[in-house]
Design a protein around this ligand. Structure first.
Ligand SMILES: [Zn+2]
Ligand SMILES: [Zn+2]
Length: 80
């Protein structure tokens, strides 16, 4: 708390502050606001997926990694 009478909040997830929120704007397309002490809306949105959706995202991510690995192996086999 300084002489101006406000405290500078810092997001404990992404580390942004009232005055340095560019990363959230880049990530979310808009400036964040505080949804809880130490948690900005950009990070709250990211962590606020419902479990089904989260599982779906994880699975599709794993699947795309697996596809990529398969592709890499195919390419390697072609070269040999
Ligand atoms: Zn944040
Ligand atoms: Zn922010």
């Amino acid at each position: 708390m300084d002489a101006m009478g406000y405290s500078e909040e810092v997001c404990r997830v992404c580390g942004c502050t009232e005055f340095n929120c560019l990363q959230c704007i880049e990530k979310a397309g808009e400036p964040c606001h505080w949804v809880a002490p130490g948690l900005c809306s950009a990070c709250a949105d990211a962590g606020d997926m419902d479990p089904d959706e989260r599982a779906f995202h994880r699975e599709s991510t794993l699947q795309s990694i697996q596809d990529e690995l398969d592709e890499m192996q195919d390419r390697k086999a072609d070269q040999l």
